[in-house]
Write a protein that binds this ligand. Structure first.
Ligand code: CA
Length: 230
């Protein structure tokens, strides 16, 4: 079971993250300061650390420094305050893998965690998926149809990834906005429709195939069975 460590001193946010990560099926430990975080990680090694930067006793920067100094390359996603661009840059230069700016949506948070785990633990999640004539490489972010590559933008690929990794599930436009655009940008739900239309065109998804179904006023759903390629 993938084990995650959350280091966050705001009790409400910490609880929210723990609840959602547990719901996603991860084993989760949570602590409220940097030193406790290091100790927890050394006691039970985490597969990924969610690390707030502003923490009592030992801040997030010191935690990353300490980890990397001891050649511990556990993936770290930093939680940073809005507007602290220099914190982000500093954290990434110390060796953090990714960051989220507060306040962030839980959906985006989960999506980022999964993306990092996919990159760093490729054996735990299939990264090449097949669905009918289509093949998707989630690590390389490429898609092909009958072995012919499809020319997708990163945003289109991200939308596609959300749909195929939850085939059969209907995603509302606001869910797709959260997960594919994130909290920083706020395009309108209409933007989702436009991107889906382009995606359908590129997939050759004419009315007959109906790969991406429009579900009433609710949203979109991938309709074809998706299987991992070994
Ligand atoms: Ca804090």
């Amino acid at each position: 079971m993938t084990h995650l460590l959350v280091v966050e001193d705001e009790p409400n946010l910490r609880q929210l993250l723990v609840t959602n990560l547990t719901f996603e099926g991860y084993s989760v430990e949570a602590v409220d300061d940097g030193l406790k975080g290091l100790i927890a990680h050394r006691t039970k090694r985490a597969d990924l650390i969610v690390l707030d930067l502003m923490l009592p006793h030992m801040d997030g920067f010191q935690v990353i420094q300490e980890l990397r100094k001891t050649k511990d390359h556990v993936p770290v996603i930093m939680l940073t305050a809005r507007g602290s661009e220099s914190d982000r840059v500093h954290g990434l230069s110390l060796g953090a893998d990714d960051y989220l700016v507060k306040p962030f949506s839980v959906l985006e948070f989960i999506a980022r965690i999964k993306a990092i785990l996919r990159r760093t633990h490729p054996q735990t999640m299939p990264t090449v998926l097949q669905s009918g004539a289509y093949r998707f490489d989630l690590t390389a972010m490429t898609a092909s149809r009958d072995n012919r590559p499809l020319d997708l933008t990163p945003r289109e690929f991200r939308l596609l990834e959300i749909l195929i990794t939850h085939a059969g599930h209907t995603h509302s436009r606001s869910e797709l906005l959260d997960q594919a655009w994130g909290a920083d940008a706020r395009p309108t739900p209409r933007t989702v429709d436009v991107h889906i239309a382009n995606l359908r065109k590129k997939l050759g998804d004419d009315g007959e195939k109906n790969l991406i179904a429009t579900v009433g006023g609710e949203g979109y759903r991938w309709t074809v069975l998706v299987e991992p390629v070994h």
